[in-house]
Design a binder for this molecule. Structure first.
Ligand code: ZN
Ligand code: ZN
Length: 306
């Protein structure tokens, strides 16, 4: 009897591995805007939360913010193309936000990309891009000149270093870079998307920011990072021995985010880049509510769509 075994196996896989469940996106409508959380994680290699990455899908047009570890697999799980990305926006160059960058560059090439990938991000992006392409010189040589016959130069990237203001404006989609404070980083950005149907702000990594309150005022969706301070443990020897001070300089505590959202009044607040790993949704929600935000709130999980 094979059936009981197969059914048991299916349930085991489905329950044990929710993060690899494929959630196909319905046929796109030209002016709909959907936010897809590709990765809600942090540097912690948690199989339930891929590295930071968010897709903004407008009809058939695909934009990606950040390229954390696992981004290619998450695009596949979300039913999104990896060869037809209109543009990528990098919030800052912390490794957790770009560990999947080479994956975006090279996997899309292997699967047929033949135009330069358009990438926008802070100063340093171009140098990182050049170094990544140089690091893969052997691969580029074999794929181009060996039996694979990959599209010559299909791996190319057009990396643009940006500072602030409107950095992308094409066919009804406008993207604005908003400088945010993120510890010692000189350049870190949130990005605001204005599309034919919605406005979306993705905070990137930031401590609470007045600029962000203004930029996100009344938006349809605010995707914001968060730290549940009450759930933090001090790892021995890390963060100069004071994790709370580190988090307050680099990131946004839950209560502070609640205060910020109460003023910005987004139509929906979505939590992503959630610290610490595995914290209960109820703890996050209580933290946000304690800051005074009473609007719609979602704790983001990988592959959720809004
Ligand atoms: Zn981060
Ligand atoms: Zn960071």
């Amino acid at each position: 009897m094979m059936w009981p075994f197969l059914v048991t196996l299916w349930w085991t896989v489905a329950i044990a591995s929710p993060h690899i469940t494929t959630r196909a996106i319905p046929a796109p409508v030209a002016d709909t805007t959907v936010v897809v959380l590709l990765g809600t994680g942090t540097p912690v290699p948690d199989p339930r939360a891929a590295g930071p990455s968010t897709a903004v899908v407008i009809g058939k047009r695909l934009f990606i913010v950040d390229a954390g570890s696992g981004v290619e697999r998450q695009l596949s799980a979300a039913g999104l193309s990896n060869t037809d990305i209109e543009a990528v926006f990098i919030t800052h160059l912390h490794s957790d936000h770009v560990l999947g960058y080479s994956d975006l560059i090279f996997t899309s090439w292997v699967f047929g990309r033949n135009r330069p990938l358009r990438v926008y991000g802070p100063p340093g992006l171009r140098r990182m891009t050049d170094h990544l392409i140089a690091a893969f010189a052997e691969d580029i040589d074999i794929r181009t000149n060996g039996f694979e016959h990959a599209v010559p130069n299909g791996y190319r990237v057009r990396a643009r270093e940006v500072k602030s203001g409107v950095i992308y404006d094409s066919a009804g989609v406008r993207v604005t870079a908003i400088p945010v404070p993120h510890g010692n980083w000189r350049y870190a950005y949130a990005y605001r998307f204005d599309t034919p149907s919605r406005s979306v702000v993705i905070s990137g990594d930031t401590r609470e920011s007045e600029t962000l309150v203004r930029a996100a005022a009344g938006v349809d969706v605010l995707v914001h990072e968060v730290v549940a301070l009450s759930a933090l443990d001090q790892p021995p020897g890390a963060f100069g021995g004071n994790i709370v001070r580190y988090m307050a300089s680099f990131h946004t505590p839950d209560r502070k985010l609640g205060e910020l959202a109460a003023r910005a009044k987004p139509k929906l607040l979505v939590l992503s880049h959630i610290v610490p790993t595995g914290v209960a949704d109820s703890v996050l929600i209580a933290g946000i509510r304690s800051g005074g935000y009473s609007g719609k709130l979602a704790v983001g999980h990988d592959l959720d769509r809004y």
